[in-house]
Design a protein around this ligand. Structure first.
Ligand code: FMN
Ligand code: SF4
Length: 641
């Protein structure tokens, strides 16, 4: 089925066993001196076990001020080599090859992570991400960096890496040199393309003088920076020929820069799948060395097609490997329906990085590979779970995979809880991939599933399980607003699920993620929608890239937005609101409530009165989100002894 995907390919003298590459992703799992921690090694080992042909590590800093995260990897001094040698030795127990990505973060760094230094750049223009004015580099500093790239590549070789990837994309230092929109220099490193690319020519020469000609050195850069005045495919093509001529062994064609309104480097679900592939295809037409493509390519069949059509030579998957490190082996053995696909939510990976380290919403084991005991328990317990939302489903999956006998009860006629309705708004369909996946897993593991069944104390007494888990999630918050009980007022969940019919003029009350997505859903039905939010900001819980995608849909369907506006009263023909302009009525036939959730905790006291081992998780305890509910479900399911 996958003749191309599982055929080997050579990068320089290094044979990669198949065409599936994990792309560089900073996880923030290393020690704070840039050395590899056990956690970091176990995380990569899971991917090698899973069958990836090539693992490209996160971006290793070339000096002790070059990083963009506190616990990112580095090879700026010899003392760091040993820990990274442990990593490469671990990976080499399997068939995978491993390359280190090396970089300098340039202006996309900040003093909180880089040892208190003002960031540096070709020119003193702040980046939209950190907004700090960087210091313009002097010629002698640039020369020093060139040397440091060479030294870092040599250390990577000594640490046992099979190759290095130079990171010249995504708006980091080398990308800054390459691009007119941030490089305003008028010396030999600025102006025409040859000058802007000079630093990269010097770097590859320096590296080659240190690692020799047979050590793979590849380069990653953005085909289109998707920013005003940034580089486009036109210069990318010219650069491709230059890079090949200068001795790079492969080109990794990515896209975007951080902090722009990109589609972008790490595309959310609002962006088409595999949308950058044609950039790689363009480049492949004009070079002989292997070309990587990447971005929202998760399905192995999609990957095979890209190879078959000659659009690229190697398929990069970043988040696909976080969501399921075993994807290659599952594909190889034809178990496509067991792949846990990335849903492009950005909640665990980018959200995790923003607050600590990388997580994954659909893969709660991520970053805990070496820490958790996945073996079967000696004495299986009977476990009764109330609630079939994400937390309950994950608790059932974890407990049953440990060998416990699990029964799950859901009062609704379907599983998935709020995660089911969350897949209904535009561009959110991928969410149902996870719900379907986890439900299938539960049936395969023999979990006893009861729909349309509420858990009561009588049921618990009758079944008498060893453990009871309450995962009933939250229910819609209905505040005491005058008129809220009118027959034309519905919850967002009921509207999304198509349980109720709306009129053509609609007010959605509550401009958080659920309200805004419901407004988009209704806008797509070509209704006249107004969105009312009390605070100054819509979707404040949403990351920038997702929010940008969602707001574009609201623009497209002309959804009217009222922020800092309070709902005062629901009338028969509209909603009376109040804001800085005073009180006024927004005409509407239907009012949709998206005012948040409250914990559905009514079972706690009831069940605790008849059972001594009741554990409550997720939104039933505290209003949270699917990431937290799944983590808690995982935790509790894995820890039952
Ligand atoms: C958490 C995270 C960290 C990333 N860090 C890096 C990085 O260090 N270097 C890099 O070149 N790209 C980085 N990326 C981008 C990925 O390598 C990849 O290009 C991007 O996620 C799109 O591919 P995907 O849709 O397969 O995930 C990162 C992506 C994620 C999700
Ligand atoms: S958190 Fe979401 S976007 Fe990130 S890897 Fe997991 S499923 Fe994909």
């Amino acid at each position: 089925m996958f003749t191309k995907l599982f055929s080997p390919i050579k990068i320089n003298e290094c044979e990669i066993p198949n065409r599936l590459a994990v792309t560089a992703m900073v996880a923030n799992y290393c020690n704070d001196d840039g050395t590899a921690s056990d956690r970091y090694i176990a995380y990569h080992e899971a991917k090698a076990k899973g069958g990836w042909g090539l693992i490209i590590t996160e971006d290793y800093a070339i000096n002790d001020h070059a990083m963009n995260f506190t616990n990112a990897a580095g090879l700026w001094e010899d003392s760091q080599i040993e820990s990274h040698k442990r990593l490469t030795d671990t990976i080499h127990q399997y068939e995978s090859k491993i390359f280190a990505q090396i970089f300098h973060a340039g202006r996309q760094s900040n003093p909180f992570v880089n040892g208190g230094m003002q960031p540096v750049a070709p020119s003193a223009i702040p980046c939209p991400w950190h907004k700090q004015i960087p210091r313009e580099l002097t010629i002698s500093e640039i020369e020093k960096f060139v040397d440091e790239f060479g030294d870092t590549a040599l250390r990577a070789k000594k640490a046992g890496f099979d190759g290095v990837e130079i990171h010249a994309g995504h708006g980091y230092l080398l990308a800054e040199f390459l691009s007119h929109y941030v490089n305003k220099r008028t010396d030999k490193y600025g102006g025409p393309l040859d000058n802007r690319a000079r630093i990269i020519k010097e770097i590859i020469e320096n590296i080659r003088s240190k690692v020799g000609s047979d050590f793979p050195v590849t380069i990653r850069y953005s085909a289109d920076e998707a920013v005003q005045g940034g580089r486009t495919i036109a210069e990318t093509r010219v650069l491709a020929r230059l890079f090949e001529e200068w001795g790079f062994d492969a080109l990794h064609i990515s896209s975007g820069v951080y902090g722009d309104h990109n589609k972008g480097i790490i595309s959310p679900m609002y962006v088409d799948q595999a949308w950058t592939v044609d950039y790689a295809a363009e480049i492949k037409k004009i070079v002989k060395i292997p070309v990587f493509t990447v971005n929202r390519i998760n399905d192995p069949r999609m990957a095979e097609d890209i190879l078959e059509m000659g659009k690229a030579d190697i398929i990069g998957m970043g988040r696909g490997s976080l969501a399921d490190p075993d994807l290659p082996n599952k594909a190889k053995f034809g178990k496509l329906d067991s792949i846990r696909y990335c849903i492009s939510c950005l909640q665990g990976c980018m959200g995790g990085l923003a607050t600590g380290s990388v997580k994954c919403l659909v893969n709660p084991s991520l970053g805990r590979e070496g820490e958790i005991d996945y073996s079967l328990v000696e004495k299986p317990k009977s476990v009764l779970i109330a609630g079939g939302g994400p937390g309950g489903l994950q608790a059932a999956l974890s407990a049953s995979s440990k060998g416990h006998k699990v029964s799950l009860y859901e009062k609704r006629p379907y599983l998935g809880g709020q995660f089911k309705s969350a897949a209904y708004p535009p561009c959110k369909g991928d969410l149902s991939n996870f719900t379907t996946w986890i439900i299938n897993q539960l049936y395969e593991l023999g979990v006893d599933i009861h729909l349309n069944t509420e858990v009561t104390k009588e049921l618990v007494v009758e079944k008498n399980p060893d453990v009871v888990i309450i995962a009933t999630g939250g229910s819609s918050l209905i505040p005491p607003i005058k008129g809220i009980d009118k027959p034309n007022v519905f919850t967002a969940e009921d509207v999304l699920l198509g349980k109720v019919a709306t009129g053509d003029k609609i007010v959605v009350a509550g401009g958080g993620e659920v309200g805004s997505e419901t407004a988009a859903h209704l806008g797509m039905q070509q209704r006249e929608v107004s969105l009312v939010e009390m605070t100054p900001i819509l979707c404040k819980e949403l990351n920038g890239v997702n929010k940008y995608g969602l707001m574009k849909i609201l623009d497209e369907y002309e959804v009217k937005r009222y922020t800092e506006t309070k709902v005062i009263e629901i009338l028969d023909n509209g909603v009376m609101v109040e804001n800085g302009q005073g009180k006024f009525t927004i005409p509407a036939e239907t009012i949709v409530l998206a005012l948040g959730y409250k914990p559905d905790n009514s079972l706690i006291d009831e069940l605790e009165s008849v059972h001594k081992n009741v554990i409550t998780i997720g939104g039933a305890l505290k209003t949270s989100n699917a990431l937290v509910a799944i983590e808690e479900g995982f935790e509790v399911g894995m820890s039952i002894k």
